[in-house]
Design a protein around this ligand. Sequence first.
Ligand code: CS2
Length: 495
Amino acid sequence: MKNTVALNQKNLVQIKDYIPIPKFDRRGLKCGIVHIGIGGFHRAHQAFYTHKLLELSNSQKWGICGVGLREGDIDMYKVFKRQDNLYTLMVKHPNGKIESQIIGSIIDFKLGCNDSKSVLEQMAHPDTKIVSLTITEGGYNFNPVTSEFNFDNPDIQHELKNPHEPRTVYGYLTTALRKRFNAKLSPFTIMSCDNIEHNGDVARNMLLSFVKRQNQDLANWIESEVSFPNSMVDRITPVTKKADIAYLKKTYEIIDEWPVTCEPFIQWVIEDKFSNGRPEFEKVGAQFVPDVKPYEKMKLRLLNAGHSVLGILGAIQGFQTINECMEDEIFLACLRRFMDTEATPVLDEVIGVDLDSYKDSLEERFSNPNIKDSLSRICSESSAKLPKFLIPTIQESLANDGSIEIATLVIAAWCYYSDKGIDKNGQPIEVCDALSSELHQAAKRTKTDPLAFIKQESIFGDLFKNERFVTLYGSTLQRIYEDQNIKVHIRNLLQ
Ligand code: CS2
């Protein structure tokens, strides 16, 4: 191209000579899917599957309307408006190759915090068959220890008092379903795509708790008519960097203000229960199965927990990325030891999956040097992640007399990390967590009460009452406070 070209619908004719563009007519598409949470992951995963399906079939039913609920989504909203909801997906291969393509399955974007009415209208529209969610592990508003809905959340309180002013996903789902119920329309399916075991069941239980406080008839209708398929979703999607934007400009002279980068691997296992029809995602590689639970557990307890193990230990060691951790043979051995001796013994059998090959493939994926997945992304919101990824493994291993050494090292390291916020070389680590100040305060109290950090019951449950855990945690914590060279501690464990 002679001059740089901004990514938008009109300019696709120029762009198509350089990067593949959507092979379907976007104009005739209807919004069959409303997706809440248009972050990088959705754009690298579900929107990509949908794009492939639209290229394959002529179905006009399954365009996606993206929704952002929070003020933090405004920047993305503006970019989407400027780019006619188009973006570049950059798949980064381990050999350095980058495959780019323009994704066209998202055809609209609505912002709840500015215009909740139009979001609700879209959700209640007869064309909408599915509302899917990537609202992060922390977005489900439940106590991981008691599994109960958190009615103390001020936004939830507001919604209960003002049912026509939704703020959280629960307020939106309830108001939209109420509109459909009153209009005698079929409901939509609610499809959670977050990294939580039994994500569909959790979404269902939480929504029903919330609706029952307001309208029993509506709750009964949701209970009998709305499906909440569980699903396991997988594709490593690092945060977009300025260098990615610069790459597209330099290589193709395309200005995309917010491309998405990801690894080549992709997987989606979904339960085949939908209230109101579904896209034929199986035609583009998704697996529909009767029970997704063993797949979810395998992925969360190996991949996601493996990430957290490397992330927290690696951050203190002074590493920046997952692949940097994997280049260190002690960290690599630590990951494998954790997966083999702590996580695997508490997994269920996954029919058709060889766990050793699965773990080998995780090592390969984590080692991809082109991805540069930052430890700051991995460690962000650890207070919402670890109760789903790692702490259940410790609890189950304790119940089975299993091994817990590496997981305990991670928890002790997390306490140090939350307390000091520096790596072993004294460099600051930016802690990004909704509970960062609570974590910091609790960790700081370690000086006077060695168990203070793990006494945060909403994160750790009653782990602090388990003698075996407490003894190991106490001695590990002491060693980390004495010497922050994590490799020394790992080496001792591996002997
Ligand atoms: C990561 C996940 O957020 C995290 O800590 O483990 O985002 C992970 O990269 C994805 O779940 C991969 O599918």
